[in-house]
Design a binder for this molecule. Structure first.
Ligand SMILES: *Cc1c(COP(=O)(O)O)cnc(C)c1O
Length: 396
């Protein structure tokens, strides 16, 4: 199919819920992706923080192909070695105890919300409230879009599930005013991703943890975007000096194969028993083999250190662009390889121009350019993107 045919077929047949860019992607290699007319792009969006190993990473390709030839799927009524191995790795890496594997971020958060509700009920029948943050993003299912503190994702879907409250992010006084013995969980992203790469004060989460402990509420950290090494640690909370009771992963976990997981302490997990939650596809051997390969590559290729070092380099280069274009960029923020550049105006045209010039980046929260590239990029790749962005900003 040529490009125009794909556009036409999509427009006629696919639900028009995505504001897509006018490009048909066909294949990739490392941090590069190609469209179906052969044009090459450097990909600093990585499928929105998903392709942590880039495209067509040999170890991931081998794992997926090898597993597909053995067994792609079997029911969770049976054990598989791949799933047991992944659960063991995630429990060890997180410092938490029990893992459940689903198919997406929203599903991981949905499971975390369900577990928090059940846990609350083990203490008191009215301990059911969940406090989340304004400008957060937790997914598109009814419960997770209700947790999401952005009305645009909620409008039209009322009645929304009850029991959710929102407070400003990084405002401990607001959380203190909202939390009570009725709170079963506080649900937050360590760094707000879709909300515009918002990094809270260093001590915010220590205080959040203290408040949760004081009121017997679980702390759920949504690491769907920040986890899997993105910030230079496997989990962003490792920078914060605290541990959550439940954390959720998805995006980068299997390098692009659909997967999601929540991981809980034994204390929280004890609220679930056989039959309380489940999934047909979740944790199938194909997805788990992919995730196991991603975890191994992150370790073998020292990608945590790379994310930290190359992330610092990227921030430095963006700060130089901020000096050069103060009328366009007002702030550069992030940690490791989740980086945002706050603009003085909407960023969509800048993203479009970068795309024309061969770089894929994205704009979130309207005016924040977001960079969430593969974790195995080099400084030379950063230079490539920065050169394109520089050219773009010069004519913006
Ligand atoms: C992407 C994202 C989700 C939702 O993940 P899906 O796989 O799209 O359901 C939830 N939380 C955060 C922080 C995310 O970045």
């Amino acid at each position: 199919m040529d490009k125009q045919t794909v556009f036409a077929v999509d427009q006629e047949n696919y639900l028009p819920v995505f504001a897509r860019y006018s490009v048909v992607l066909s294949h990739g290699e490392g941090p590069y992706v190609f469209d179906n007319e052969g044009k090459k792009y450097i990909d600093f969006l990585g499928g929105i923080a998903v392709n942590v190993l880039g495209h067509a990473h040999p170890a991931l390709v081998r794992a997926v192909a090898g597993q597909a030839g053995k067994i792609i799927h079997c029911s969770n009524l049976y054990y598989t070695e791949e799933q047991a191995q992944l659960a063991k790795s995630l429990a060890a890496l997180s410092g938490l105890d029990k893992v459940f594997i689903g198919n997406s971020g929203a599903e991981a958060n949905e499971g975390a919300i369900k577990l928090a509700r059940k846990y609350g009920k083990t203490i008191s029948p009215d301990k059911v409230e969940i406090i989340a943050a304004e400008h957060s993003f937790h997914g598109r299912t009814l419960a997770t879009l209700t947790a999401t503190g952005q009305p645009k994702y909620q409008q039209g879907y009322e009645p929304l599930p009850g029991g959710f409250k929102h407070v400003p992010f990084n405002d401990i006084a607001a959380l203190e005013a909202a939390i009570s013995d009725k709170t079963c969980a506080v649900m937050l992203e360590p760094i707000q991703g879709e909300g515009g790469v918002v990094v809270p004060d260093q001590d915010y989460f220590v205080k959040v943890r203290d408040l949760c402990d004081k009121y017997g509420a679980l702390l759920i950290l949504d690491e769907i975007q920040t986890g899997m090494g993105r910030t230079g640690k496997m989990f962003a909370y490792e920078h914060l000096g605290i541990k959550p009771d439940i954390t959720t992963l998805a995006k980068g976990l299997a390098g692009g194969v659909p997967i999601g997981a929540f991981i809980a302490t034994n204390k929280a997990a004890a609220a679930f028993s056989a039959g309380d939650h489940g999934s047909t596809f979740g944790g199938n051997p194909l997805a788990c083999a992919a995730a196991n390969a991603v975890l191994k590559a992150i370790q073998d290729e020292k990608l945590l250190a790379n994310a930290e070092a190359v992330g610092e380099y990227l921030v430095g280069k963006l700060n130089a662009l901020k000096e050069k274009y103060p009328e366009l960029i007002t702030e550069v923020r992030g940690k490791g390889l989740i980086v945002g550049a706050k603009l003085t105006r909407p960023g969509r045209d800048i993203v479009n121009e970068c795309m024309k010039q061969g770089a894929i980046i994205n704009c979130t929260a309207g005016d924040v350019l977001r960079f969430v590239p593969p974790l195995n990029i080099t400084v030379a790749h950063v230079d490539e993107v920065i050169a394109i962005l520089d050219k773009t900003l010069a004519i913006a």
